[in-house]
Design a protein around this ligand. Structure first.
Ligand code: FES
Ligand SMILES: [Fe+2]
Length: 434
């Protein structure tokens, strides 16, 4: 079989290799939109992005345009950001606060619960039933620890079941705040000419940093040694990098506090004291030193130590946008939160020191893969230590690429569904809320 001529997902993903067309074929990308993003749960926003009634956020993912808004009853609603009259894009701002959304074409207005508020020249439209012309809601919206997810399918497993073993790492993210809450600030955005899965894979790839990020790692380690001495907060010697595959494509990479020297020490004695009062010294130190990359398939990346999350937004088969949201630990001092935001900015911004390297790699990966030189890409460099632990978590060390293989197990499962199963009729109930 020459896999170049098949789009059967089961034939494109082997136990230890992936066909290069999964990164380059526009038809496969369309199928991913329908069967992965159009069917599974995907991440939308953190509740703190729209704290007040009337606060809204718009976003896009593939061909979809979304409008997330907090209604005056404080409930959160998520709609397609499309006017119900003739289908124009409704709201053009990224963020804001409003009582109504007004379409620029004929002036229909919609309240923050999606209902029609006003229709110009209404008296001339005898047959118009405004009750059935509210904004189109996204069928399922739910949240966990303030992280809001949505599904375009009206039926399927619950969000909690979907998150499964990933829930306890979202718990961890929140538990690290002295008041048990995080608050997102405005995002840093980057864009690359490459497939969306390259970013997902990169987040659990511990093979590349020593090479690709050599300049920042060597310079940073030297500077931090000068500033903080031999033992920066949270740095443990002989820490072992570990991957845990959590099912549904979710995974973590746990550095066991071994990277304390790599990032500016954000956590101070005051933070440790506040956390100790809340959870005791031992747990406070564990929380302070947590250094985990969490991947929630298909589009959420969480950086526990730097306290940020990233949202992957596929645009086309070879175009991707990623928004990174630094977060504040509610109750921690301004110094701690400023340091965390600064760490994130140094990491991912255009003038930053780390992500720019990855973006260049993504561009060159896409170019190399699109050349057609390689038919199969290997994904099992090392895995002798792999074993299954409690709750079915598959654990491996070093450069096993176990997390990437976990992502492709989920990819194959979702992509093997028929297109008809993927998109259900939208729920038009204007009273819908969660
Ligand atoms: S398209 Fe929006 S009011 Fe006509
Ligand atoms: Fe990297």
């Amino acid at each position: 079989m020459n896999a170049k001529f098949t789009r059967d997902p089961a034939l494109l993903v082997g136990a230890d290799r992936i066909h290069s067309s999964v990164y380059t074929d526009p038809e496969i990308f369309e199928r991913e939109l329908n069967l992965i993003f159009g069917r599974s749960w995907f991440f939308v926003a953190h509740e703190s992005e729209i704290p007040q009634p009337g606060d809204f956020k718009t976003d896009q993912l593939g061909r979809w345009r979304f409008l997330l808004v907090r209604h005056r009853d404080r409930g959160i609603r998520l709609f397609h950001n499309v006017c119900r009259h003739r289908g124009a894009l409704l709201c053009h701002e990224n963020y804001g606060n409003t009582q109504v959304f007004k379409c620029m074409y004929h002036g229909w207005t919609f309240a923050t619960d999606g209902s029609v508020q006003g229709v110009p020249m209404r008296e001339q439209m005898r047959d118009l039933d405004v009750q059935t012309h509210g904004l189109v809601p996204i069928p399922r919206v739910d949240s966990y620890q303030g992280f809001i997810f949505a599904s375009l399918a009206s039926a399927g497993e619950s969000l909690r079941d979907y998150l499964g073993g990933a829930k306890r790492y979202l718990d961890l993210m929140v538990e690290r705040a002295p008041e048990g809450r995080i608050v997102a600030v405005k995002p840093v955005q980057y864009h690359y000419r490459g497939n969306w899965k390259l970013q997902l894979e990169n987040y659990s790839d511990n093979y590349h940093p020593a090479v690709l990020h050599h300049s920042v790692l060597s310079t940073g380690a030297k500077m931090l040694k000068e500033k903080f001495g031999e033992n920066p907060i949270g740095a443990k010697s002989n820490a072992r990098y570990e991957e845990r595959v959590l099912g549904h494509g979710h995974s973590i990479a746990d550095y066991h506090g071994g990277r304390g020297a790599l990032w500016m020490n954000a956590y101070d004695d005051e933070y440790l004291q506040m956390m100790t009062e809340r959870v005791g010294m031992e747990r406070a130190m564990e929380l302070r030193d947590s250094d985990i990359h969490l991947i929630i398939y298909p589009n959420l990346l969480v950086h526990v130590r730097m306290n940020h999350y990233r949202v992957i937004k596929p645009v086309s088969v070879d175009q991707t946008v990623v928004n990174t949201y630094p977060c504040k630990l509610v109750g921690a001092s301004k110094r701690v939160n400023d340091a965390l935001i600064s760490n994130t900015s140094h990491h991912v911004s255009a003038a930053g020191e780390v992500q720019v390297d990855d973006l260049q790699a993504f561009n060159w990966l896409q170019e190399g893969l699109a050349s057609g030189a390689l038919e199969w890409i290997p994904f099992k460099l090392y895995g002798e230590d792999e074993h299954t632990e409690m709750e079915g978590e598959c654990v491996s060390f070093g450069t096993s690429e176990g997390a990437i293989r976990g992502q492709y197990r989920e990819w194959t499962r979702l992509m093997s569904a028929t297109a008809d199963e993927s998109l259900s009729a939208p729920n038009h109930d204007p009273a819908y809320r969660w």
